[in-house]
Structures are given as structure tokens and as C-alpha cells.
Design a protein around this ligand. Structure first.
Ligand SMILES: Cc1cc2nc3c(=O)[nH]c(=O)nc-3n(C[C@H](O)[C@H](O)[C@H](O)COP(=O)(O)OP(=O)(O)OC[C@H]3O[C@@H](n4cnc5c(N)ncnc54)[C@H](O)[C@@H]3O)c2cc1C
Length: 389
């Protein structure tokens, strides 16, 4: 390799930039401070039995940047969640299932007491509306916050609190639904277009697979960059690497700059039995939730057997925000939702992630805090370099 194009970071954005450059015939040197590729997408094998992602994270195959990959589904052996959610309400658990994907749950979904008849019709109306809008226009198709949008759209307090809030709090990583309404509409379109998935062997399979597609570039792990200039980077040991161009975190950092970060705390448990059957995301739909409340629970072993190799259950219970809540307190909350089975849960790991990503507040630009936003940012940074040739 002659003087390389240097990319700082082998997260989704750096890998996406490298793939774009290779497609144009270039080769790159990717410098990554950690000992693995993938950045925020990380999976560890624990006790030789459980695949633990760092925090609960899923793939949305309908993201335009993921759609660019042919054979994503087969290459990553994607395993899909059911479309909709299981709502753990005070009146018991109920399903809000997408009738197009799960016609056998049509009646239960239609009759569920999680919302009014009007709410259910509005869900269908909203889905039809976002599906018929050009996806590139959705981010700027609404002003104000998600909370305001939902109220103005006519949804009742009941469905906002019992479904929309816990569902989107788990995605936005803020519970007040202050996130820009355009992002809510964009994601609603993405959810309506394909089922949420995980690679069978963990979320890190995506960046690992992207890295394997780089045939002309080098990825140097455990190499921290201290500073960058236009034509060189300086490593922590003081050595300098000359570069044709540099794509750095700052070059890819987008506009506006983050002010507030979303935080999440995820507890990973193993258990002899899953708390429920089926590849559902389970939401805590009980009212008057304080900070420190369980927000959503996923049983990864119900989605992909490879997440728990011994055949027992792997459960990820998440709370939005930084919280001192202990695993024992989480188990007590889980007992209220799922009964005594939660007493058998054994803690494997706690992931406390205070700065998961910048909140998307009052914005409409395409640099969303998501896998889509990161891959797009990386690709555009590469295109910028190519356009200067
Ligand atoms: C818990 C959690 C859940 C999430 N869930 C979802 C989800 O369900 N759906 C979704 O779309 N998005 C989700 N996201 C967001 C998504 O993971 C991120 O947007 C995306 O992975 C960020 O990729 P990136 O490449 O921009 O940054 P990063 O993943 O942070 O990668 C940056 C890389 O650069 C390296 N680096 C930084 N500085 C240096 C340096 N000086 N020298 C060398 N290397 C350096 C870092 O080590 C890192 O590997 C989630 C994020 C978290 C944390």
C-alpha cells in the first residue's frame, strides 16, 4: 500500500467509509483503538454459553444503508423478532401484533384493551401514511417532539403511555419522547417495512462481515490515534503515519454537536425457562413509572438459539437512562410482570452505558443516532474524498 487513506475507527461509520472507498478502487488503513472491530456493536461469549451484546441492540433491515448490502439476511443469518410487542399491563399481558405479519393474532390485537378503537385505527392510518411518503422526506415531515405529534395525531393517553412511550423510549433512550417527531415517523416507516432482527450469533456479526468484505484495506487494532491533520495522523506512541486523506471521528461527527446523550442500563440473565414464549419484545406498560423502572425485556434465546448455546434462556432486561437500580431490584420488578419465574434469573452481566448516542432533539438532518445514520455518515465522508480527486 502506498500512502494510504487513513480512517480513524472501525465502527459502522469507518467500515462503511472503507467499503465505499474500496468500491471506487481505493484502499485504506483503518486505525482502531479497541481490540475489536464494530465499535458500539460488540458481542462477547460469556461462560462459553451466552452471546451478550453490549446493551440490547437490534438491526432494522429496512434501513436504506443496510438495503445496499445484497444477501444481508442470509450472510448474517438474520433471526427476526415478531412484529409488534407484548405489553405487560396491570390487566395482564397482551399482544399488539402487526396483523399483516401475524394474522393469527388479528383478533387479540383488535380486541386488546391497550387502547381505544380509535387508537387502533390511528395505528393503521399512521402506518399507511408513512409507507406512502418518500422515505427521504420523513425526517423533515413533522416539527416538534414525538410526544406532541402523538397527542396531536389523536392517540389516547392510554396507548401513548402503555405502548408508544415504552416502545420508543427503548429506541430513543429517553423516556419523555422529546425526540424529533420526524425521526419517530422515519422509524415507524422502517418498522412497518421489515421485522426487527439480530444476526443469529450476535450483533457484532454485522461489522465483522463488513470488515471481511474489505479485500484491499488494512485494519490495525489496538492502535489509538492521538491527533489528526489533513495529511497525517499521530498515534499515541508519538509515531506519525502520512496519509493521502484522513477520515476521522471529527470529520464524521455530523453537524450541530451533541448536547445530551441517551443512556441505557441492560441486565443480562440466564434462566432455566424463558419468562414468555415467542420472539416478542416485551414492554413494561404499567402506569406511573418512575426512573429506575424496567422498560423492555427481550429473550434473545427465543429469537436465536445461538444466543444461549446450552438450551436455557438468555434474557436482556433494560432500563432507560443512567440508574443505580440493582439487578435484584430488576428481578423484583420482573416478578411483577412475569411471576415467580423471575426468581430463577441468574445475573450474567450488567451493561451501564451512560453515553450510548446523542439524542436527536429538534433536528431534521439525516445524521440520525442510529446504525443508518452512522453508515450514511461514513459513506458520505468517503464520497467527499472521492469528489476531491
Ligand atoms: C446500547 C446501544 C444500543 C443501540 N441500539 C441501536 C439500535 O437498536 N438500532 C440502531 O440503529 N442504532 C442503535 N444504536 C446506535 C448505533 O450502535 C450507533 O449509531 C453506531 O454503532 C455508531 O457507529 P460509529 O461508527 O458512528 O461509532 P462507534 O461505534 O462509536 O465507532 C467508533 C470507533 O472509533 C474508535 N475510535 C474512536 N476514537 C479513536 C481514536 N482516537 N483512535 C482510534 N480509534 C478510535 C472507537 O473505538 C470505535 O470503535 C445503539 C447504540 C448503543 C450504545
Amino acid at each position: 500500500m502506498g500512502t494510504p487513506i487513513v480512517i480513524v475507527g472501525a465502527g459502522l461509520s469507518g467500515l462503511s467509509a472503507a467499503l465505499e472507498l474500496e468500491a471506487a478502487g481505493e484502499s485504506c488503513l483503518i486505525l482502531e483503538s479497541q481490540s475489536h472491530v464494530g465499535g458500539k456493536l460488540e458481542t462477547s461469549l460469556v461462560e462459553d454459553a451466552y452471546r451478550l451484546d453490549r446493551g440490547f441492540q437490534v438491526l432494522l433491515p429496512a434501513y436504506p444503508e443496510l438495503q445496499k448490502f445484497r444477501n444481508l439476511e442470509t450472510e448474517l443469518n438474520l433471526k427476526k423478532f415478531n412484529s409488534g410487542a407484548r405489553l405487560e399491563t396491570e390487566a395482564g399481558s397482551m399482544l399488539l401484533a402487526n396483523p399483516l405479519e401475524h394474522p393469527k393474532h388479528l383478533l387479540t390485537t383488535a380486541l386488546g384493551s391497550y387502547g381505544t378503537l380509535k387508537d387502533k385505527l390511528l395505528v393503521l392510518k399512521l402506518q399507511a401514511e408513512v409507507r406512502s411518503t418518500d422515505i427521504n422526506l420523513l425526517l423533515s415531515s413533522a416539527r416538534g417532539t414525538t410526544k406532541q405529534f402523538l397527542a396531536d395525531y389523536g392517540f389516547s393517553e392510554k396507548i401513548i403511555e402503555g405502548f408508544w412511550r415504552p416502545f420508543f423510549a427503548g429506541i430513543f433512550l429517553e423516556s419523555n419522547l422529546e425526540t424529533a417527531a420526524g425521526f419517530f415517523k422515519y422509524l415507524t416507516r422502517i418498522f412497518a417495512s421489515s421485522r426487527v432482527a439480530v444476526p443469529a450469533r450476535g450483533i457484532q456479526e454485522l461489522p465483522l462481515w463488513m470488515a471481511r468484505q474489505l479485500t484491499k484495506s488494512e485494519i490495525r487494532l489496538s492502535t489509538r490515534v492521538r491527533s489528526t491533520s489533513q495529511f497525517s495522523v499521530e498515534l499515541e506512541d508519538g509515531s506519525k503515519i502520512p496519509a493521502q486523506s484522513v477520515i476521522s471521528e471529527t470529520a464524521m461527527a455530523g453537524q450541530g454537536g451533541p448536547t445530551k446523550f441517551g443512556a441505557v442500563t441492560s441486565f443480562w440473565f440466564s434462566a432455566p425457562e424463558p419468562p414468555f414464549d415467542g420472539a416478542w419484545l416485551s414492554l413494561n406498560s404499567r402506569p406511573s413509572k418512575k426512573s429506575g423502572s424496567l422498560n423492555h425485556v427481550a429473550v434473545l434465546s427465543n429469537v436465536s438459539r445461538d444466543y444461549a448455546l446450552k438450551g436455557d434462556a438468555l434474557i436482556c432486561a433494560s432500563l432507560v437512562g443512567p440508574t443505580p437500580t440493582s439487578s435484584d431490584a430488576v428481578k423484583l420488578q420482573a416478578e411483577q410482570l412475569y411471576g415467580k419465574t423471575a426468581q430463577t434469573w441468574r445475573l450474567l452481566r450488567e451493561d451501564r452505558i451512560p453515553d450510548a448516542f446523542p439524542l436527536y432533539l429538534g433536528r431534521t438532518d439525516p445524521d440520525t443516532p442510529s446504525q443508518q445514520g452512522s453508515m450514511l455518515r461514513g459513506r458520505l465522508a468517503a464520497r467527499e474524498i472521492l469528489s476531491r480527486r
